[in-house]
Design a protein around this ligand. Sequence first.
Ligand SMILES: [Zn+2]
Length: 283
Amino acid sequence: MKVKVIPVLEDNYMYLIIEEHTREAVAVDVAVPKRLLEITAREEVSLTTVLTTHHHWDHTRGNAELAHLRPGLEVMGADERICALTRRLSHGEELRFGAIHVRCLLTPGHTTGHMSYFLWEDECPDPPALFSGDALSVAGCGWHLEDTAQQMYQSLAKILGTLPPQTKVFCGHEHTLSNLEFAQKVEPCNNHVQAKLSWAQKRDDDDIPTVPSTLGEELLYNPFLRVTEDPVREFTGQVAPAQVLEVLCRERARFQLALEPLQPQVRALLALQWGLLSTPQEK
Ligand SMILES: [Zn+2]
């Protein structure tokens, strides 16, 4: 299995997975169809399927155009809100593309219908791959917008966190540098955070993507996978994993707002979302 990493705009990724024997290709989170089709033509592969992680615009905005350009294309995902969806997937379902197996893992938190995709190939020494969308990023995760911190904890710790440590993690966004700067704030004495941050700064200087990481690495420096570790508990002042996660998410949002002040409307939305402002309902 070959994975092509295709950076889009400033910080998004789409991916093309190629079955090298049958030359079938599967795209993950399509943003720019024409660019994707240029690559499939150059690679001489046949694109049959789109796997969508969740319904957000930046992960689905190319679906309709691609479906128009490629009649018969299957657009799969777990959420009815996904544009041009042709097949709704459920948790635990397995798909097959030649020698490539895909296990669909529902990972609610960021959105209720967020699906992550775990891939491996028959008779292939390569490690498995995880396409984690916004459920898990390098050194971070997407903010839980539609579900509770408890659900997000289940997704991160019980579903994704238990995959084989050698699994390669391909996430939806290039937020590695700011994620690691936040991780350093959470765990200033964690050498793995420091080492990954130095590495990510070098990649940023050279304009090279930081994906994929591995799950084993993530367990060493990603605070959102380390909610039972003492330094992370101490940073949040909480002990129960879901509460640690809740505080981490809120602090991560606050950190982002301080890092790069956003447009007033977006800032207000985030502030409400994350309880950075008090609302009448909270009183
Ligand atoms: Zn999203």
